[in-house]
Design a protein around this ligand. Structure first.
Ligand SMILES: Cc1ncc(COP(=O)(O)O)c(C=O)c1O
Length: 413
């Protein structure tokens, strides 16, 4: 059976991550509390020269902590971008506030020129996304926030290691958050981090973190099983019906966790958010963060291969332009194609799985009920057009140059 090439399906895991997860499964006393939590926070803070770092069990929990620190609640509005995911929006809804969507620019980030018209007396913050690791128009947006006395939140879920004007994303907002989800820059299946740059909010984030609990042992076990079961059983067989059935079975029996649950598609967060970062997952994240320079260097190399192979072909539009002020991390390499459905289908026939859910709908995954997340159809036409043309190519550490060349060949046809 030929090797599976996939954009998502927990792509960052290497052999050392799998054996680490396997070993932690047999040390249940280290699942919840342990020294690795602090070690992860310190490594994270020092590696990127951040002021501080507070860990949580996900980006979703991290965002809830930020919203609480800003006292955002019922009746408040937060400006967000279209072309996002319900995991970025539901935390806002969970505290009673309303996400207000703004259309995107050519780089799939919030269009700074369209923000002002959405600011009202109820607006408390603008959240920028750095989509797929390409930094947003930070200077322009920071100025809008300062002029209107509203907070700037950086959603760095895709952007760990990305730089804007030689400074790491995450160091510009009043508060920022990161994700160590299964298909992010680094992964501990679930995990997240908050960085606070506005001193007035720091104590509130600490107090919030102390108030919440660790997730249950069963939940932690579910995440620890993920790298092991995915890599030992699911992925080797995924090219056949057996692998797909195995994954469906593991998910349906809750042996493995879903990245996004059904209830989140209608705007409701599960009860394992907000929670603290468990030590078992912090240990996995720590192992990954030690490899981040190699992993991001690899992403850059593969992205450059895609760029050189596709940029002179007028059937493809490359989304991320080169810019001296910007150092992206290329979580993915998006291109716009004429026939998205056909491209995805042709790839699938060749055992290349590129549907990551960030297509068809302006709020991923496509099953998200747009009215439940306060998106009005027609309000962000550019994002609505892009989701019908985008195909994102994988750059992660398990994609070899040979794999990337196979993808290119298959895409060009
Ligand atoms: C843009 C964006 N923001 C926030 C999140 C939430 O992160 P997490 O999955 O760690 O809760 C995600 C991922 O799901 C995301 O893609």
């Amino acid at each position: 059976m030929s090797k599976i090439i996939s954009l998502s399906l927990s792509p960052n895991t290497q052999r050392d991550d799998i054996s680490l997860a396997f070993n932690i499964i047999f040390s249940p006393l280290k699942w919840k509390e342990g020294k690795e939590i602090k070690e992860l926070e310190n490594t994270f803070k020092n590696k990127f020269s951040f002021k501080n770092a507070f860990s949580f069990n996900s980006g979703r929990s991290s965002l809830i902590a930020i919203l609480n620190s800003m006292k955002i609640s019922r009746g408040d509005e937060i400006i967000v971008q279209a072309f996002t995911c319900n995991a970025a929006v539901n935390p806002i809804i969970s505290v009673g506030a309303k996400p207000v969507f703004v259309d995107i620019n050519d780089a799939l980030n919030i269009d700074s020129k369209k923000i002002k018209e959405k600011i009202t007396a109820k607006t408390k913050a603008v959240m920028i996304q750095h989509t797929f690791g390409y930094p947003a128009q930070i200077d322009e947006i920071k100025k809008i926030c300062e002029d209107n006395n509203i907070y700037l939140i950086e959603d760095c879920a895709h952007a760990l290691g990305a730089k804007y004007k030689d400074r790491y994303c995450g160091s510009f907002g009043d508060a920022s958050f990161f994700s160590f989800g299964r298909d992010k820059v680094i992964s501990s299946v679930y995990g997240g981090m908050v960085v606070v740059n506005n001193d007035k909010l720091t104590y509130e984030v600490i107090a919030f973190k102390e108030k919440i609990e660790q997730p249950s042992s069963l939940w932690i076990l579910q995440q620890l099983l993920h790298p092991v079961l995915m890599n030992m059983f699911v992925l080797p067989l995924y090219g056949s019906i057996i692998g797909k059935a195995l994954l469906a079975g593991f998910l349906n029996l809750s042996i493995l966790s879903k990245a996004v649950t059904k209830q989140e598609n209608v705007g409701v967060l599960p009860n394992y958010f907000p929670k603290r970062m468990p030590n078992g997952l912090a240990t996995l994240a720590l192992n990954q963060i030690k490899k981040i320079d190699i992993m991001n260097g690899h992403r850059e190399e593969i992205a450059e291969l895609y760029r050189q192979s596709l940029e002179r072909n007028d059937r493809f539009k490359i989304v991320f332009k080169k810019d001296d002020n910007i150092k992206p991390v290329f979580l993915k390499f998006p291109v716009l194609v004429y026939d998205q459905k056909r491209a995805i289908e042709r790839m699938r026939e060749n055992n290349i799985y590129l549907n990551d859910g960030w297509m068809e709908s302006v709020v991923a995954p496509p099953k998200t009920s747009l009215d439940k997340v306060c998106y009005f159809v027609g309000s962000c036409p550019r994002a609505e057009k892009i989701v019908k043309a985008i195909v994102s190519l994988p750059t992660h550490v398990n994609i070899s140059r040979y794999d990337a060349e196979k993808i290119i060949k298959c895409l060009i046809g």
